[in-house]
Design a protein around this ligand. Structure first.
Ligand SMILES: [Fe+2]
Length: 185
């Protein structure tokens, strides 16, 4: 399976939603956040989710907690991937609040040989590559209704097109969760 053919896929994960409530009690939604989290702390808060990761042989490498203010539109960007050829590049994103489920994430292809300007998110120095709208074409989009596998090496942009704060967790793994990808999409 060439995981680079995957843009995104919804995925069912049988975690206990109460765990997300506990996380939101500790980290209430705010206007803007892109926080690098301690894996052990998140594991303690979300035991059923981590049990599922374990059952699928997924070893978490990074966790980020992200909050977006109402109507915030993210730059079109690719996230930093250690190796462009081998990845890992498939993240699992899990929304924290159903109130923002109308938020949309768009995924794009790069037009021709357009190259990006590398940027660093100021608060934690995470590198990402920004693209201008004319450098990409939209391929697909999804709403923030549940967990998704997202190919973060494709240009993408989240738009919290809602009147409420939006929260999500994004998990990056030591190896791509290729076994979770359905082959026919
Ligand atoms: Fe991203």
């Amino acid at each position: 399976m060439d995981e680079n053919k995957c843009y995104f896929q919804h995925i069912d994960i049988p975690y206990d939603p109460k765990e997300m409530t506990h996380l939101l009690e500790r980290y209430p939604l705010i206007d803007s956040r892109f926080d690098f989290m301690e894996i052990n702390e998140i594991k303690e808060l979300l035991p059923s989710l981590f049990n599922w990761f374990e059952s699928k042989d997924l070893e978490v490498d990074h966790v980020f907690l992200i909050n977006h203010r109402p109507y915030f539109k993210q730059d079109i960007h690719r996230d930093y991937v250690e190796d462009e050829e081998t990845g890992p590049r498939l993240a699992i994103n899990i929304p924290l609040n159903t109130e923002a489920s109308d938020a949309v994430t768009r995924v794009y292809n790069i037009v021709g040989d357009a190259t990006s300007n590398a940027k660093r998110r100021t608060e934690n120095s995470v590198i990402y590559s920004k693209f201008e709208p004319e450098q990409v074409t939209k391929v697909t989009e999804y709403f923030s209704t549940g967990p998704v596998i997202l190919n973060i090496s494709k240009p993408h942009s989240a738009w919290n097109n809602t009147p409420v704060l939006r929260g999500l967790l994004t998990f990056r793994f030591k190896k791509d969760p290729v076994n979770l990808i359905r082959k026919n999409t």
